[in-house]
Design a protein around this ligand. Structure first.
Ligand code: NDP
Length: 247
């Protein structure tokens, strides 16, 4: 079957990634969803239907990324959209955070995004077009306690979006990021984990007074993936109910 576009959504088995994959598949984009947990991916793929293919892949396997990308490129001859969504958080105070835990977050959230984007861009270049979307965070804009490693990774990813955009846009590949505010997913419920003060603080500084849903991010991702965004590159779209500009 000929699909209008082929996409990869990393971490597409749950939360924001799942909502993005759902939007893409509903719009006729053939979408690979990746993650470490095969069972979770299979459940997601069943819900997403025939336009979805689950692919168990751990983003930290850097040396296996070229093979992973080649396999997908071979199946369809193209990759049009890459959403770098997979990510982990690790909540710990600055004084308690080990080097190993810091490195692990950077490897998952930043280094792997570089490696995967480079390999996917090589495929996109052959077709002269593509859209890469990086999922960053409010931590790229202001300081949140106890998430130093996560903040370093997401602020790095925000900067890398600009640098990738200047390198790749002349080749027809647009690179943008979406910075979600606080979105109802497993990750935030773990981060709030009984910390009601933290949640209250989030809501107080969000002018819209509520948390977002994964669908809010999916709509922005679909826009950036589409031809409606054909002159947009190096941009960050905050989807945050105003959280980043709130007092
Ligand atoms: P989830 O924990 O639901 O999703 C994270 C996804 O990443 C999971 O599907 C997980 O799958 C996958 N993942 C984690 N590590 C790896 C790995 N090493 N290799 C492959 N896949 C991996 O959280 P969210 O949906 O909330 O988060 C999605 C993205 O959005 C993250 O980048 C997060 O930082 C970002 N974000 C979320 C916000 C929110 O409020 N929820 C706010 C700002 C940013 P598996 O476990 O199967 O590997």
């Amino acid at each position: 079957m000929n699909y209008k576009k082929v996409a990869i959504v990393t971490g597409g088995g749950s939360g924001i990634g799942f909502a993005i994959a759902e939007k893409f598949t509903q719009e006729g984009i053939f979408t690979y969803v990746t993650g470490r947990n095969l069972e979770k991916l299979q459940v997601a793929a069943e819900r997403l239907g025939a336009n979805c293919r689950p692919f168990q892949f751990d983003m930290t396997w850097l040396d296996k990324i070229p093979d992973f990308v080649n396999q997908i490129a071979k199946e369809h001859g193209r990759i049009d959209v890459l959403v770098n969504n997979a990510g982990i958080n690790f909540k710990n105070g600055m004084l308690e955070l080990s080097d190993e835990d810091f490195q692990n977050v950077i490897l998952t959230n930043l280094t792997s995004v570089f490696s995967l984007s480079r390999e996917v861009a090589k495929v996109m270049v052959e077709n002269g077009c593509g859209s890469i979307i990086n999922i960053t965070s409010m931590t790229a804009f202001y300081g949140i306690p106890k998430v130093v490693a996560y903040t370093a990774s997401k602020a790095g990813l925000q900067g890398m979006t600009r640098a990738m955009a200047v390198d790749l846009s002349p080749l027809g590949i647009r690179v943008n990021s979406i910075a979600p505010g606080f979105i109802e997913t497993a990750m935030t419920s773990k981060a709030f984990n009984g910390d009601l003060r933290r949640k209250q603080k989030v809501l107080e500084r969000t002018p819209m007074g509520k948390m977002g849903t994964p669908k809010d991010i999916a709509n922005a991702a679909y826009f950036l993936a589409s031809d409606n965004a054909e002159f947009i590159t190096g941009e960050v779209i905050r989807v945050d109910g105003g959280n980043a500009i709130g007092f």
